[in-house]
Structure formats: C-alpha cells, structure tokens
Design a protein around this ligand. Structure first.
Ligand code: GUN
Length: 281
C-alpha cells in the first residue's frame, strides 16, 4: 500500500504556476488576480478562504479578498460580484459556499461570467464538461484527477465508483472519470446495496461528508481509494474513509489531511492562471 502525498504534489504545482504567472507579467505587464468572496462568519469557510488567499502569494497571484458580514443583502452580494466581473485586474471570482441561508446562491453565482468562473460551477462550464469539451473544471475533482495521473493510475476500462452526487464534487468527478474512459457508477443516499457497489470499484472516490463512512468491507483488495471528505470530529480532521482499516486493503490511498485538500487549492490557482492566460491573449 502506498499513501498519496497531496501536500507535496500541490506544492510542486504551485511552484510551477509561478513560472506561468511570471511569463504573463513579462509579456503583458499585468498580474494575475483572484477575487475571493466570503459572506458570513462560518469558521470552516473562513479557514478554507484563508488557505486559498495564502496559496495565491506562492503562485504569484494577486488576491482580492472580500469579507462581508452575515447580514449582507442579496443586492449587496450581487453588486460586489458584478463589480468584480467588470474589473480587468480580476481574472477569477470565487464565492465561498455555503452562503448564509437568506441569500440565493444561484443568483449570486449567476453574476460570475463563465470566463472568470474558477470554480467551474456555471452551467456553461458544467455543460462543456458533460460534452467532453474544454472548459474550467471544479477544483476538487480536478485535483483528484491530477493525483491519479501523477500516481499513474490506469482509468481506461476500469470500474470507478463515486460516492456522492453533489454539484461541487460528485457529479463533475463522475464526468471526468467517464471522459477518461472509466466505467462509472455514482452512488448516493438512495442507492441500494451501496457497500456492494463500492466493493466492485477499482477506483473508489468518497465524497459523502460522513466521517469514516467507507469501511474495509466496502473496498476491493488492491483498489485505489480517494477520500474527498473533510469532517471535524472532536476538533480533529477525518475523512469519509476509515483510513486505518481501508489502508490495509487499498493499493493506493489518499490521507486526510494531506491528500485531496491541498490539491483543491492548487487546482483553483491553476484555473485562475488559465482564465488569465485566456483573458490576456
Ligand atoms: N465550499 C466547499 N468547497 C468549495 C469550493 O470548491 N468552492 C467554493 N466556492 N466553495 C466551496
């Protein structure tokens, strides 16, 4: 069994991005810019946003962080995103989810033009992914694909099972694996015989948001197991996969923390630089 080092991989990717941002600066005299919008005071979201902002510096990306209070109105949120949409110094816009309950997230996200949609959440970018066309892909599933590529995991013809069907992870993950010629099954809260479905997987991706949900009996010997879960239990981070038992059966596995998490930020920065390259050309 080998443990995938997402932290080291993410550091390499950020270092390489520095070359791309420096090249853009030299050619166009402009810095690459990412706007991050956080509304409210959810401590987990604040932590993610801080990590995203600090990742910018290492990659040579200028950050525009906007922290808005919990009582921000729909109109105020939309106005901020629209102003970022028309700001030439901003090449990517990220609105951290979830938003406070009184806000309509869909309408706020709709103010982000697809050309600055670094999360890949827009209907246009999801549509491109579904059609197998080039667009911007959601950061977390893209990070999973990059780890699988770097660790030489064969996907073509293999049985991949994705547990979870969220718009942020499960759905785009399934589409990416399908585009890579895997045979894809998506499991979710209504799936019958979920354990059996999982146990058939050559590649198992867990994105459920339940601590230690995937146990050893649900994993085939030699499977590649990717844990997208970030759950806090008694102040400790644990994944969706019961690492201590599942790692006995997997051939390759991602840890939590230090697996997929750092890759999400590296791929976000990659998406920002890609958007900037397209905008400056
Ligand atoms: N909340 C949890 N994951 C994400 C993500 O990838 N992007 C945004 N914007 N919000 C999130």
């Amino acid at each position: 069994m080998m443990v995938i080092d997402g932290k080291k991989t993410a550091t390499e990717i950020r270092a390489r991005l520095r070359g791309r941002t420096a090249a853009l600066e030299e050619k166009y005299g402009k810095k690459v810019g990412l706007a991050v919008v956080l509304i409210g005071d959810d401590p987990a979201s604040l932590g993610y946003v801080r990590n995203k902002v600090s990742g910018c510096e290492e990659a040579g990306v200028r950050d525009f962080a906007h922290y808005l209070p919990p009582d921000t109105t729909q109109a105020q949120a939309e106005e901020l995103v629209r102003s970022l949409a028309s700001d030439d110094a901003v090449h990517g816009i990220l609105v951290q989810l979830p938003l406070p309950k009184h806000l309509d997230a869909e309408r706020i996200l709709a103010c982000i033009p697809s050309s600055k949609d670094v999360d890949g959440f827009s209907a246009e970018n999801i549509g491109k992914l579904a059609l197998g066309e080039e667009g911007i892909v959601a950061c977390t599933p893209l990070g999973v694909m990059e780890l699988l590529r770097r660790y030489s995991v064969e996907l073509r013809g293999k049985r991949a099972v994705v547990v979870g069907r969220s718009n942020i992870v499960g759905r785009p993950m399934a589409l990416l694996l399908l585009n890579a010629d895997a045979t894809v099954t998506v499991c979710h809260s209504r799936t019958e015989n979920l354990a059996e479905e999982c146990a058939r997987a050559d590649i198992l991706v867990a994105a459920v948001g339940k601590p230690n949900f995937i146990t050893a009996d649900m994993v085939k010997d030699g499977a590649v197991v990717v844990d997208v879960g970030i759950n806090r239990v008694d102040g400790k981070l644990v994944g969706d996969v019961d690492f201590s038992s599942v790692s006995q059966k997997a051939s390759l596995i991602t840890p939590v923390p230090g697996g997929v998490g750092p890759m999400t930020i590296a791929m976000l920065l990659t998406n920002v630089v890609t958007c900037a390259e397209r905008a400056m050309k």
